[in-house]
Design a protein around this ligand. Structure first.
Ligand code: UDP
Length: 358
């Protein structure tokens, strides 16, 4: 990062910024802005009239996620890893930076912990200096393999501190600790959202998450890889619902810190998800069983009472509708950019949506 980058963002013109949806235009930093959630957040904030600085290390974020925003006059980007300090001038910070898929966060676990811990310290230091609000993208993983079901915010969790998921689970837990200590000790205005499994367009085809894996496998005629006996459960939230909840939390009065669960409380087994994806794609793919990864939570469902009460939020897009949109996204990607699916050159793929020669 150069000094010029910083100066550029400070000098971005505010002239075209208008009042939209009754909110005052702000300068907003989104770390992890080129990721799946980050790119949707940047887009929504721009649509609400704000200036957005997207910061991403591009370890798992992708330029293609934000390609459609690059020419926007109120959008700016910076390649930067938040484990290093960042000096910019903003009014609000959304701290989303961190690989979130087990496949990716386990690939470089030390980097994952550094992103959660050093990244939070750097962003909290920035928020403190600027007196800026800061929202932390925490996770249902702080509940670990929960012994309480569904999970409400008051539950402290059941987390293995030395397992393969610990870099993420404990990293995110430590980030929560840092946020609340900066709040108590330095009066930093914090917002803590605990995000449950979220899916939608712009997930990476090789992300390793179950929704993207099953859809890509179904569309490309590969077997659907169900880990374990497939009876473990998750509750899947469509990305648009999640982003609405996230922005809603940021805009609450200063006294509201969270943590607040945001997720869809409808719970499915992985076997149910596999059947649904096969039905909806019309795929003839088989289902294969793979070993269950260590410390894989057996069940997960958010208690969203707090989000309903404080944010007047609840999800509106149910799984079938969200999957329709996500399948359409991956189907489009398959037609336009088949190379990112890593499929053998001669494959012919038949789906409900048509025949693809790749
Ligand atoms: N899973 C699966 N097949 C896959 C990928 C994941 O059965 O190809 C399972 C995984 O074991 C877990 C659930 O799906 O029980 C959700 O996994 P994901 O990685 O999407 O999210 P997380 O484990 O972080 O909730």
């Amino acid at each position: 990062m150069s000094r010029n980058d910083i100066t550029e963002f400070r000098r971005m013109p505010r002239t075209d910024m208008s009042r939209v949806n009754g909110t005052s235009p702000k300068r907003i930093l989104v770390t992890g802005g080129a990721g799946f959630l980050g790119s949707h957040l940047c887009e929504r904030l721009l649509n609400s009239g704000h200036e957005v600085l997207c910061v991403d290390s591009y370890i798992t974020g992708r330029r293609s996620n934000i390609a459609h925003l690059l020419d926007h006059p109120r959008f700016d980007t910076l390649r930067h890893d938040i484990i290093n300090p960042l000096h910019v001038e903003v009014d609000e910070i959304y701290n989303l930076a961190c690989s979130a898929s087990p496949l990716h966060y386990r690939a470089d676990p030390v980097q994952t912990t550094k992103t959660c811990v050093l990244g939070s310290i750097n962003m909290l230091g920035l928020a403190k200096r600027l007196k800026a609000r800061i929202l932390q993208a925490s996770t249902s993983e702080v509940y670990g393999d929960p012994e309480v079901h569904p999970q409400a915010e008051g539950y402290w969790g059941n987390v293995n501190p030395i397992g393969p998921r610990s870099c993420y689970d404990e990293g995110k837990r430590c980030a929560e600790t840092l946020f609340f200590d900066y709040h108590r000790c330095h009066d930093v205005k914090i917002k803590m959202i605990r995000i449950f499994n979220t899916y939608g367009p712009r997930m990476h085809p090789n992300d390793g998450r179950v929704v993207s894996n099953f859809i890509v496998q179904a569309l490309t005629g590969q077997p659907l890889t169900v880990f374990g006996d497939g009876s473990q459960t998750r509750s899947f939230c469509y990305v648009d619902d999640l982003i609405r909840g996230m922005i809603g939390l940021m805009n609450t009065p200063a006294a509201v810190t969270g943590p607040i669960n945001v997720g869809n409380p409808n719970e499915f087994t992985m076997n149910q998800l596999a059947s649904l994806v096969l039905d909806m794609t019309g795929s003839r793919s088989q289902v294969v069983r793979m070993p269950l990864p260590q410390d894989d939570p057996v069940q997960r469902r958010p208690d969203i009472t707090e989000a309903q009460r404080t944010l007047n939020w609840q999800p509106t897009i149910e799984l079938v509708e969200g999957l329709e949109r996500t399948i359409a996204y991956f189907d489009g990607l398959l037609s336009t950019a088949p190379e990112i699916f890593n499929i053998p050159e001669t494959a012919t793929i038949t789906t409900n949506a048509g025949v693809h020669h790749v």
